[in-house]
Design a protein around this ligand. Structure first.
Ligand SMILES: [Zn+2]
Length: 222
């Protein structure tokens, strides 16, 4: 298994658990690091093995598929390193794209970048008949050519990103309001007032900060 650190990340956190709070696999990939003004911090995606663990948790890979890719990565460390670097690059593109969408910035340039990634992905994609279908009700699913390749982990994630962009949920994409967080999520709450990636982390931190400032203001007025 490759043991390189994340390229360009200011700090890594290989022991922190992955969180799946974005509401979409593409956003959950972005949320494997904290996106600060200084750059990505607490990067949980530290090598190819961690990428397979993330994908398993996200439901992108079955445990058996993930184990097969890890075995291949052990046998082909150079290929694993390249697939890992590619994953970091794609994650960066998704982070810039969805941040621009959420904040209503011009996304034209980053959309071009994303479309280049998408073009490399869809050439692998095909429609296959679902193995579990019945004769009365034909059902089809997405399948991938060369699904055993190490970079194949990213293909369903990129397709998920494209599907999210085209869905009615694009207008519900938000960046967490927590300082030094930058996590992205789809706000599917009924009143659409979700402000945090997770109440237990950023929401609580913000409340504590406000309480502190209120207490200080009171103290100053005394
Ligand atoms: Zn947050």
């Amino acid at each position: 298994m490759t043991q390189s650190t994340s390229a360009g990340s200011l700090s890594t956190a290989p022991d922190l658990p992955f969180k799946y709070v974005g509401g979409d696999a593409a956003l959950d990939l972005v949320n494997t690091a904290d996106w600060t003004d200084r750059g990505p911090e607490h990067d949980r995606l530290t090598d190819y093995g961690r990428l397979t663990r993330w994908a398993e948790g996200a439901g992108v890979l079955s445990p058996a598929e993930a184990a097969a890719l890890r075995a291949r990565a052990r046998a082909h460390p150079k290929e694993a390193e390249a697939a890992y670097r590619n994953a970091l690059e794609v994650r960066g593109v998704l982070q810039r794209l969805f941040t621009a969408v959420a904040e209503g910035q011009s996304e034209r340039e980053i959309l071009d970048e994303f479309n280049r990634v998408l073009a490399r992905t869809v050439v692998r994609m095909r429609v296959a008949s679902d193995a579990a279908r019945s004769r009365r009700e034909p059902r089809y699913e997405i399948a991938w050519r060369e699904a055993g390749r190490l970079e194949s982990i990213l293909w369903p994630v990129v397709w998920s990103a494209a599907s999210l962009m085209l869905s009615g949920d694009a207008g519900r994409i938000r960046v967490c309001g927590g300082p030094d967080c930058g996590w992205i999520y789809v706000d599917r709450s009924r009143n659409q007032l979700r402000r945090w990636c997770q109440m237990a982390t950023c929401g609580t931190r913000e409340k504590t900060r406000r309480r502190y400032h209120r207490a200080r203001r009171r103290a100053e007025h005394r």
